[in-house]
Design a protein around this ligand. Sequence first.
Ligand code: MG
Length: 191
Amino acid sequence: MSSARLEGGDARLPPSTLMPRTNDAQPTIRIGYGWDSHEFQAGIPLKIGGVTLPHGKGLGGHSDGDVLLHAITDALLGAVAAPDIGSLFPPSDSKWKGVNSAVFLEEALKRVRAAGYSIANLDSTLILAAPKIGPHAAAIRSHLSEVLGLAPDRIGLKAKTPEGMGTDNAAIAHVVVLLQERKRQSARKGK
Ligand code: MG
């Protein structure tokens, strides 16, 4: 019997039995991350977070181009390991052209609920040269609060200008969400 064999485990066993097991239990929390970018185009309305902002240009591409709702949708889908927004709603399918991005968000929320989770909180960062988001931040957070069924104090919204990035004709959104298991919330409330 060699000591190396004892320390290294039995090489005949499959790798899964040799590795430390850290994922046996159903997680009570899950994190999700979403990212999106859209290009500015003249002659279309600018929608960010479900709110139409006054600006000379809007965001082109998939659906109504709402870069923030798309990133939130992908963060929620990612948190429950569902297919991403482009797989569920292919941009090549003309039926999604110009559609309200709330449709995609609704599907992601359904999947989060079906998986047994609710949103604990959400944080987002927009990166765009213009328009300034500050004057519209309250309206965007209020609208997100309504569509997500989440108190405004659980919704972070930050905006940055793209210093040195060369993306002045694009809007970019990063989003993280934290989900919590719904039945544990109910247990704590005595339900
Ligand atoms: Mg998009």
